[in-house]
Design a protein around this ligand. Sequence first.
Ligand code: C2E
Ligand code: MG
Ligand code: MG
Ligand code: MG
Length: 288
Amino acid sequence: QGKREGRGTCRVFEDSMDAELRERAALEAELREAIESGKIEPFYQPVVSLPQRDCVGLEVLARWRHPTRGLLGPDQFIPIAEETGMIADLSYHLLRQACLDARSWPSHLLLAINIAPQQFQDRDLAQRILAILAETGLSPHRLEVEITESALVRDLEAARATLTSLQNLGVRIALDDFGTGYSSLYHLRELKFDKLKIDRSYVDTITMSAERAKLVDAIIKLGSSLGLVTTAEGIETDASVDWLSDQGCDFGQGYLFGKPMPKEDVAQMLRAGPMPDLTGIPSLLESR
Ligand code: C2E
Ligand code: MG
Ligand code: MG
Ligand code: MG
């Protein structure tokens, strides 16, 4: 209690703390309800091949259609879900929904899903994911799990066990946001990934800064020399596509190719888009 400050100041401070806590508690309760009633929705952002720009897959990005606050992005609720232990339920709900949606897409398209570091504390994570694949009828070969290095820092052995059981059944593992946070060559040495996703903060600046460009080039070369494919995140310009393709980057993702969109828009994109590949048509007819 700051006695030297006027009583008024102190009360204003406490009131605003109060308001913040109440706001946060309300949001938490609403989030719990939204997860339970399936109101967190998967949006999908296309991943394309470079330089052809053919759609090769879609990444699931969580959105919350909030009744009064509008369409909320993951930054506004994923941290709350992580802190309160709701992330697993949210994540399994999204995965189930996304697998169902992906079954109606051409079968060469991969589905990529983000898994939070906290989820690796669950020893049954791999079993839970595989159970959802079995239940929805999506082949493990069509799923890619995206993790960040913070998932590996707490318990590398647990993460290794989970990732290995997923990979043994054909699920691919991508290292997301590479170049940020805990990035370390140690993780590349200790675990076998299938893909490196180069963080948007690097891709942003390649055409502006020669130093950044050198770093991105080195990451692409590092990836390919380790037998990993590389995806550049956050591509917004044609100049970036040209440069990244020249350096040998395999895939790209960014507003230039498509923003995260609801499943109705994916269906429309797949119908309309430059998708001469007809091998997917039979999968549209499959019921399972
Ligand atoms: P991320 O996995 O690295 O996803 C890429 C983010 O970059 C997405 O933001 C996407 O909308 C944004 N982005 C893509 N292309 C561009 C571009 O060209 N320009 C710009 N400015 N941004 C671009 P979003 O949807 O806000 O997601 C943010 C992060 O939230 C994701 O980063 C991911 O780490 C996390 N996240 C999203 N959905 C889930 C989820 O279901 N579970 C978990 N655990 N995390 C999720
Ligand atoms: Mg991701
Ligand atoms: Mg990323
Ligand atoms: Mg990111």
